[in-house]
Design a protein around this ligand. Sequence first.
Ligand SMILES: C[S@@+](CC[C@H](N)C(=O)[O-])C[C@H]1O[C@@H](n2cnc3c(N)ncnc32)[C@H](O)[C@@H]1O
Length: 318
Amino acid sequence: MLKCASFFAGVGGIDIGFENTKKFEVVYANELDPYPVKTYELNSKIKVDCRDINEVKCEEIPDFDVMLAGFPCQAFSVAGYRKGFDDEKGRGTLFFELIRIIKVKKPQIVFLENVKNLVGHDNGNTFSVILDELQKEGYHVKYAVLNAMEYGNIPQNRERIYIAAFRNVEQYKSFEFPLPIPLKKGLADIIDFKNRVDEKYYYTAGKYKGDIYEKLVEAMDDENAIYQWRRRYVRKNKSGVVPTLTANQGEGGHNVCLIKAAGGIRKMTPHECFNTQGFPKNFKLPENMSDARLYKQAGNSVCVSVIQRIAEKIIEAL
Ligand SMILES: C[S@@+](CC[C@H](N)C(=O)[O-])C[C@H]1O[C@@H](n2cnc3c(N)ncnc32)[C@H](O)[C@@H]1O
């Protein structure tokens, strides 16, 4: 078993992907936000260290072989501030907290996940700083942008960059990212179109201000498609997969993907969003946690099956 330490752990999507291989064991997880920590702990025997990473001293972290980190992407995302390492809230610089820990703990492997446009951010400067820093610490780095619907057998259009860094050059040479696989799962595998769900997810006449409901009824004619409310109109997602789940999908009311299912027009449930990230069907969500928080946690997380396939490739390389 290789020991993993997980940073910016969220609800633990990366951790589950690695542990699913049965070759990795998470021995430490850090996450600042108490809400995803609650979800994480409900599904794991790990007690998450919920301090700001800036406050965590290296000697407080147990020794580990593999660093796992989907570091915050706001600083790099086109949807965010476009400020990269200069982000005034310090989010861009959180990457250097990982470097601080790497310097002392010297893990055999560093695995990072981020938004696709990390590579192009600030004309490529941000990404070259990341690569330089890892190389300075003695790592050999491979990276790839993989789409969940092509590499994870999950019907979500989610492109993310995955970075695998090895201290050992032979392992680095042997490592290859996984190849594409056919998408066999459809929307009906992750969304329950047949049974009624909690009333609160349905749109009904008079429930919302204005003519949203009428517009939805008019536009949503397909029982096996995903729709999104775009301020004034309804957009049908023609690709037959769920669009990229985002962290802000639970905010502002109508951002969550919509479907026409048994019993009418409704939002996808938080559980369905976790399914859309390839989480195991028995993944538990805390009761008494608002849907907005759960949607955010799902959107912030990763496609577990893509992570698992990469983790299997890492094992092959060792
Ligand atoms: C993109 S999410 C990672 C989600 C994770 N991969 C998952 O599967 O759920 C980034 C996480 O970093 C956390 N975070 C942000 N700043 C932090 C800090 N200073 N210390 C610790 N965690 C932090 C956020 O709360 C957020 O959950």
